[in-house]
Design a protein around this ligand. Sequence first.
Ligand code: FAD
Length: 385
Amino acid sequence: MGSTAVVVGGGIGGLAAAIGLRRIGWDVTVVERAPVLKDEGAGISLAANGLRALDELGVGEAVRGASRGQYSGGTRTPKGGWLTRMDGAALEKAVGAPIMGIARSALHRLLRDALPAEALLTGSEVNAVEQTGPARVQLVCGERVLAADLVVAADGIGSAVRHSLFPAHPGPVHSGSTVLRALTDRPVDLHTDFELTWGRGAEFGHIAFLDGRAEWHAVLSLPAGTRFADPLRELRSRFHDWHDPIPALLDATRPDAVLHHDVRELRTPLPSYVAGRTVLLGDAAHAMTPNLGQGACQALEDAVTLAAALATAPAIETALAHYDAERRPRSQAVARAARQAGRMGQQLANPLAVALRNTAMRLTPARAATSMILRHHAWTPPHLN
Ligand code: FAD
């Protein structure tokens, strides 16, 4: 009989892990608590490392076909001055792909379509995971008990599995910021593919999609739990005098399309991503702030690394030890860099510090800015086939 795995969570990380395990011949069930499997977020940017992982999973071409390359744009001030220019062509030359923008629902659907319907168990919340022997683990979801050789916990930032494995870990904390975002409901005249604009304690950004629509996000330094009666009106008032096309992006958005979340992260790194026959992956293992657009890309790296280790190691334990050694240092370093990027970007509110940062950015040569990005994007996946 072949090896079996249960994946907890049908987000980007869980679906990618299931695809990877099936590609190496495992029998996989994905257990998702939501009654319908979908990702309702707005848009997502995928860097070369995430795209390479998707290539190994066999869905890279389909995802590239549904994405728009982010070739032009950069970082700006609220009045519109450029702090840095992004050079998508240079990124493509260096790592094989520019950053690609795609609607989250489209990415999620492409991953879901790569799995047979019978591998997905929706409307089932995992309540407990238990090691029942050295080589067997079982989980309870509602009335049902599932047993497997391996449990992959991809249950997101609020991971109940992580909490049960590491009860002393403090869990996710508020980053100090809150994010509002949406997809426009019609094309907008953007001039660039991708922009980030930094004010004092506020950021506005957009990613353009293939069909001319865009995702925009606004990040504000605010206490956890802050909510607005009319989010779109609030944003129009905060950003009305920011440069074009920010007001136009807000105008092209339906009020009910705006999502609002506090930004949380796992600030205390986990001591291990593995406990017995349970392995943590994606936000369950290393939820990070979105400042580098790397959370999902790291989850995709996790998925391919795990499958490749299980395909080649002589025993599951050895494969899991390899996965932990490969993934923990890299993903935790990216999480630290993302936190730092947030502190130097949107969270900076002191006028002098903002002026100093802006001057430093204007003086940074484009090549140096690109090589800083490359540190995270240049990742070579292990081969699955
Ligand atoms: P999730 O997507 O959270 O999926 C977890 C799944 O598990 C959910 O479907 C949930 O319902 C299910 N679940 C939870 N508990 C249980 C349970 N007990 N039983 C069964 N099912 C359960 N990353 C990028 O790479 N690029 C970007 O541009 C980018 N932009 C971002 C912008 C914002 C504002 C934010 C907040 C994040 C961004 N990220 C980005 C990060 C990215 O969204 C996450 O890292 C990624 O979605 C994590 O995927 P996941 O599968 O690990 O977790």
